[in-house]
Design a protein around this ligand. Sequence first.
Ligand code: PRP
Ligand code: ADE
Length: 193
Amino acid sequence: MSSPVSIAETKALLKATLRQFEDFPTKGILFEDILPIFKSPKTFQSLIDAIKHQIEANFSTPGSKPDVVVGLDARGFLFGPTLALQLGAAFVPVRKQGKVPGPTVEAEFEKEYGKDVFVMQADAIKAGQKVIIVDDIIATGGSAKAAGQLVTKLGGEILEYVFILELDFLHGRDQLDAPVYTLLSGQPEKLGS
Ligand SMILES: O=P(O)(O)OC[C@H]1O[C@H](OP(=O)(O)OP(=O)(O)O)[C@H](O)[C@@H]1O
Ligand SMILES: Nc1ncnc2[nH]cnc12
């Protein structure tokens, strides 16, 4: 595997990799496409390394280490399991309604372009477990807030939310009751870091 890259270089790689599509999935939305990240092993690796180092720096004592990484359906599944493995933590998916068998907890939410329902298996998280919630993008914060509600319902403790990109003009982080870490933040068409 390639040698480690700095956080600054990781941000530059990510910024150069993201691309935008107008009026997707609905008119008026400028869609940020993160999928090209996963076409480049160097960019994917540096993304995982940057998030892992940040988490290990902030949650390093034995009692503060994450037990579980929760990833949001569907783009949080692209890197959540890899991150969990690197941290030595479990991975738990939050899924959209109708996909999860057995007893569940559910939360309705609104996002930048519509409404949805998130579902988690009721035995997915044990009371007192420490949780990192990951997703690709925070826009209005509706999705992340709903995922956080499910974790809290099961007695999990949210250490931090992690996103690749924050559309900061939508103030999504104001919806969240735990620290937020993002690699990129800004206007979609003119990303700042
Ligand atoms: O902050 P919000 O306004 O809630 O928006 C952010 C959410 O929207 C996107 O997911 P989407 O629901 O489009 O699902 P997908 O991952 O299946 O494409 C994105 O991956 C986040 O989960
Ligand atoms: N503008 C956007 N681009 C990609 N994913 C999103 N999820 C919510 N808003 C989004």
